[in-house]
Design a protein around this ligand. Structure first.
Ligand code: SAH
Length: 474
């Protein structure tokens, strides 16, 4: 393994909570350091559930405030808890967008606790939704339900989780992989809750005060419906801090097996649920990795931001002549090399490079290297639209270099998992990069996250992953 000095990724810090998606930061070692700083070394198999205050039946939430409660409420702590919006600020809620930003709120009545369920009303006092309150977040409330008669209680969560599970089972996703996202937060009607499955291990990630408050109830329901050997909690993404929530990483129930793996389209990948990035694996790229396999025969492949070797292994199985894989994380690369061996793929066709991709692409250009297929799957450069401009420069930079490193007729598979970069903007950035690189390119495929990452129509932020496969002209 070649080593180069690694620069930290040019990923800006977020000032707002980010939409669900890949979340977190992508450097294994950085993540570990941060965790050890805040919560001590990895909790391993120790069940730390008892050390956390258990709040199985959050107060005042087994039943919502009864219908017919006063609609216009006095602004005092004694009033019925309620979020009252400013005039005209109900519009996004009427379109069923589930976030209420602090700027839209006229007044919060009563003395609600963080994570508590409150009715959200327009300025005339009309009911709009039930939401989870978080005074510490710019997203002051996230909607649980639009139905006034709904009770936000354990039955509500059982219904939502069962619905998410049923959707996955109808899609027959288990036929191709034993790993899948079971709950995709807002898009499954459960803001702030992500649940990923790796065989019989579940990894749960909580990113909102509302889901945090129902954490034990949710864990019990997952246990009952999925019967996993372990539920592991990876509530340690950067966005937790922005929600005013402490970081948590450890076994929630059961015992974490020594070795967790995902078997995706017959390829086996080691999943480090405790210290790996995200919940341990990038499930969202499952279909796109499979597509790469079909494109790779006899090609010289460059896989940038390779993590544990996902695209690289597919390319090798697809008959690639050679695959050079680059990542800044030495830990990820070690797992990648192990994954390669575990799958019995030809190691002589694979090269792993620990380096900063921004730098490595320049080095390869200066060396006059050329490739037939290049994959660019960088971390989230823009968690929100506020970072779009800086992120656009990063995307343009790597894509411009990617175009320059391709032989005529070569393919560029390029991705963005930034919630702050729309599909349209991403395509424009890539067009600009091709122009500056002096190449003509055609779009062969428009790509997205796999079907276990559905996108709620009223919540476009859920469509965070977008990709293009481009063929450069002759
Ligand atoms: N394609 C992968 C997922 C990529 S995640 C898969 O299918 O599994 C993004 C990766 O980028 C992470 O592994 C992270 O370590 C790496 N990374 C982040 N910034 C980087 C940089 N500047 N240079 C190289 N790698 C970087």
């Amino acid at each position: 393994m070649t080593s180069q000095k690694t620069k930290s990724p040019s990923t800006p810090a977020s000032s707002k909570p980010s939409p669900p998606g890949r979340g977190g930061d992508r450097s294994l070692s950085r993540e570990r350091e941060r965790l050890e700083e805040r919560v001590g070394p990895s909790q391993g198999n120790r069940d730390f559930r008892n050390r956390i205050k258990r709040d199985r039946n959050p107060p005042n939430e087994q039943k919502n405030i009864p219908r017919g409660a006063p609609q216009l409420l006095a602004g005092s702590a004694a009033a019925q808890p309620c979020i009252l919006l400013k005039a005209g600020r109900e519009k996004s809620l009427l379109r069923r967008h589930p976030w209420i930003f602090s700027g839209a709120i006229e007044r919060v009545d009563g003395a609600p606790v963080s994570g508590g369920t409150l009715p959200i009303r327009d300025d005339a006092g009309n009911f709009l939704a039930w939401g989870a309150y978080n005074p510490d977040s710019q997203i002051t409330a996230r909607v649980w339900s639009w139905r006034e008669e709904e009770n936000i209680d354990a039955e509500f969560f059982r219904g939502r989780i069962a619905n998410a599970l049923a959707a996955r089972s109808e899609l027959k996703l288990a036929d191709k992989s034993n790993g899948m996202r079971l709950v995709h937060a807002e898009s499954d009607g459960l803001p702030g809750l992500i649940v990923d499955r790796y065989g019989d291990v579940l990894v749960m990630q909580i990113g909102s005060a509302g889901a945090e408050r129902w954490r034990d109830t949710i864990a019990d329901i997952l246990q009952e419906l999925c019967k996993p050997v372990c539920i592991y909690e990876r509530s340690d993404s950067d966005s937790r801090g922005l929600e005013g929530l402490e970081l948590r990483n450890g076994v929630l129930c059961g015992t974490l097996p020594d070795y967790v793996e995902v078997i995706e389209n017959g390829l086996r990948f080691n999943v480090d649920v405790a210290a790996g990035q995200k919940t341990g694996f990038y499930l969202d790229q499952c279909d796109n990795r499979a597509l790469t396999e079909t494109l790779a025969r006899d090609k010289e492949v460059l896989n940038c931001f390779c993590y544990t070797g996902g695209f690289s292994l597919y390319a090798l199985r697809g008959g690639a002549k050679s695959v050079l894989s680059i990542d800044a994380s030495g830990d990820a690369l070690r797992i990648a090399a192990e994954n390669l061996a575990r799958n019995g793929l030809d190691e002589s066709r694979a090269e792993w490079l620990e380096a900063d991709v921004f730098q490595a692409l320049r080095t390869l250009r200066d060396q006059g290297r050329k490739f037939d297929l290049i994959i660019l799957d960088p971390p989230k450069f823009a968690p929100t639209a506020a970072f779009a401009e800086k992120a656009a420069r990063g995307y343009k930079d790597i894509n411009l270099l990617g175009f320059k490193l391709l032989r005529p007729g070569g393919l560029l598979c390029t991705y963005s998992c930034s919630g702050g970069i729309s599909e349209d903007l991403f395509q424009k950035i890539i067009a600009g990069a091709a122009l500056d690189a002096g190449v003509d390119a055609q779009i062969i495929h428009h790509l997205h996250a796999s079907a276990d990452h559905p996108v709620l129509l009223s919540f476009p932020e859920g469509a965070y992953l977008k990709g293009l496969v481009l063929r450069v002209g002759l």
